[in-house]
Every structure is written in C-alpha cells, then in structure tokens.
Design a protein around this ligand. Sequence first.
Ligand SMILES: NC(=O)c1ccc[n+]([C@@H]2O[C@H](COP(=O)([O-])OP(=O)(O)OC[C@H]3O[C@@H](n4cnc5c(N)ncnc54)[C@H](O)[C@@H]3O)[C@@H](O)[C@H]2O)c1
Length: 249
Amino acid sequence: MRLKDKVAIITGAASGMGASTAQLFASEGAKVVVTDLAIDQGSAVAEEITDTGGQAHFVKLDVSSEVDWRNAVSETISIYGQIDILVNSAGISGSHPDQLNTNTWDEQMNIYAKGVFLSMQAVIPIMQKAGRGSIVNISSISAFVGQAYVHMGYNAAKGAVRLATKSAAVQFAADGIRVNSVHPGIMPPMKDAMMSADPEARRIRIAAIPAQREGRVEEVAYANLFLASDEASYITGIELPVDGGYLAI
Ligand SMILES: NC(=O)c1ccc[n+]([C@@H]2O[C@H](COP(=O)([O-])OP(=O)(O)OC[C@H]3O[C@@H](n4cnc5c(N)ncnc54)[C@H](O)[C@@H]3O)[C@@H](O)[C@H]2O)c1
C-alpha cells in the first residue's frame, strides 16, 4: 500500500480526475477527505469508497472561500488527526463563447489562482508542524501554451498555479513539504464544458496529439499518486505533463 496511514484532502473529488484520485488513493491505504461544491456527487464518491472497504469522508468546500478552507481543515483534523497530502483538482472549464468576457477572467482567477493559494495557506501550517507533506496542484497544458478555444483567463490562472507551486516548493522544502504540479492534456470534457462538446472541434484537437487519443482520468490519478507518495521524496517544484506528448511538439 503506497499511501498507508496517510490522510489526503482532495478538491473537486466529486467528478473526473479528482474522483479517480480519491478512489485510487483510498485503494492505496489513504484516509481520503473528498471535497467539492457538489454535495450529492461528492457524498456518493465517499460512500463508494467506504462501501468497498476504504476510508473516506465528504466535506463541502468551495475552494475560493477562506472560511470553507478553515472548516475543511479543522474537520479533517478532528476526524483523522493529521493532513499528509493535498491534491487540488477542483475547477471549471476554460471554454467560453465570449473570449473577452471579464466575468470569466475573474471566475478563473478566483477558482484556480486564489483557490490554490488558499488551500496552501490552510494546510501548510499543519504540515509544517508535522514536518512532512505533499501537495499536488492540477494545472494544465494551458499553463504552457495558448489555445484558440480557451479563454485567456484559464491560461493565466493555470500559469499562476504552475508558478505558485514552484514558489511554495522553494519556500517550504526545508519544512519537509513537497509541492508539485501536474499538467493534464486533452481529457474527457469537464462537467461544465460547453465548446469541447463540439465533436468536430474535439476530433481535430485529438488528431494533433502525438498519442492520437485523449487521456484517461486514471492516468492523471496515477501521476498524482506517485507525487503524493514517499516514492517521490526528493521531487519538489516539478511540473509533470500527462498529455500524450502534446507539449513535446
Ligand atoms: N478535463 C480536461 O480537459 C482538463 C484538461 C487539463 C486540465 N484539467 C484540470 O483538471 C482538473 C480536474 O478537471 P476534471 O476534468 O476532473 O473536471 P470535472 O468537471 O470532472 O471536475 C471538477 C470538479 O470541481 C468541482 N468544482 C467546481 N468549482 C468548484 C469550487 N469553486 N470549489 C470546489 N469544487 C469545485 C466541480 O463540482 C467538479 O466536481 C481541473 O483543475 C481542470 O482545470 C482538465
């Protein structure tokens, strides 16, 4: 068991890569705090884990709320007594029909840039006291390149996640805390995706990937598992693409 006795908080764990990561971490022995805005779906993920013999607990958490973060951390400590791992997977799609929409810019920065900052603000003091911790921030290939169908707020916010990760890695390495980012490529569309639903646009995007297919959520979950585990004990501040070669071209 690669995460035996570890406690992991996972955001956006009601769906997609967050849900897959929660299931995989629990199967590797972690006690998983499944968090999301979506109460029914998030509770269902936690229940599935406990029904199959794992340990999990659902907490409603809006990643852009400082108060929610404080509550989630204190609930985790009161139930499981420690926090060893944080995976930030929560998010909303970057596709928007109006590429110059201001609300979209604000939403993207709020959820990704601010949300990831608030998460680290909440858990790092606990990890510092324990002298250990691993944080995995899900960014995107969109932190490296622009894309015609993606609002620039998404690229900018994912870029902020990439650099905030490195900043935290450097600042807290001496406390035994590792912080890394994972960069998924073209994956199954996000829950709220609009434009990626266009099958022709999606076919063209997939044809441009060296691996000639979209990624699977568990392929990101396995990258998260490696970085979260002690197997990656000397790895911090890296950016790991899981993209079928998208960024290698
Ligand atoms: N799917 C893709 O194509 C793709 C590609 C690259 C990167 N990513 C990134 O991977 C991560 C996971 O994406 P996914 O495909 O699993 O998406 P998803 O839509 O399946 O899951 C995202 C989850 O985040 C939750 N969420 C949304 N806003 C929230 C908030 N304010 N607070 C808490 N939870 C919130 C949603 O309820 C949902 O359950 C995201 O950060 C996304 O930007 C996705």
